[in-house]
Structures are given as C-alpha cells and as structure tokens.
Design a protein around this ligand. Structure first.
Ligand SMILES: [Zn+2]
Length: 109
C-alpha cells in the first residue's frame, strides 16, 4: 500500500458541502465550507423546493482531529417551501441531518 502525506477531508463530510479552505492554528483547525445543494426537501410536506430564500453563516464544532478542535464555518442556504398550503415558510439546510438546525455541534459529536 502506498503511503500519502495528506488526508482527503471531503470524504468525511456530506457530498453537498464543499471545503473551500482549511486553516490550521495552534490548537484548532478551521474548515471553510459552502453548500452546493440545488434543491431541498421540505421536512413538513416533502415537496421539493428550488427557491433559495437567503444564505446564512454558521460556526459548528466537529470532532477533534489530532487533539485540535475542528470548527466548520459554513455558508449554507435558507429555503422557502414551494407548496402554497404548507405551513413551513423558511427552512435551513441540515445536510441529511449532519447538522441539526438548533445544535452547535454536528450529529456525530
Ligand atoms: Zn412544505
């Protein structure tokens, strides 16, 4: 087996999150990430939405890597449900429950 000197961090994260940059500090690693999703399924009525209502920035803590705290700085989308009878007006991405809206840490922590 051939050894490598780097890790492909992208394979540890959902496909619809792209790593734009990685910054390593003395006691932490920061991953700057951007959503590339183009559609969203409403958790209430299951309608597929393509309307981006806005973007939002989040900072979440991930599992540590080599004893350094890992922070994800995310730029993700807010969506509007396109179903006129749905009660949900604004939704934020959870990346298949990788991130839950009200939590500051990822589901795997
Ligand atoms: Zn809906």
């Amino acid at each position: 087996m051939e050894a490598t000197s780097s890790i492909d961090l992208a394979k540890f994260y959902p496909d619809d999150l792209v790593i734009l940059a990685v910054e390593e500090k003395v006691d932490s690693v920061i991953l700057y990430m951007q959503s590339k999703s183009t559609e969203f399924i409403c958790p209430c009525c299951n309608s597929v939405s393509h309307v981006h209502h806005g973007t939002y920035h989040r900072r979440v803590q991930n599992l540590p890597l080599f004893q350094k705290t890992v922070w994800l700085y995310l730029n993700a989308y807010q969506h509007t449900c396109e179903n006129p009878v749905c009660k949900v007006h604004s939704m934020v991405e959870t990346f298949h429950n990788f991130l839950h809206f009200k939590k500051r840490m990822t589901e795997r922590c």
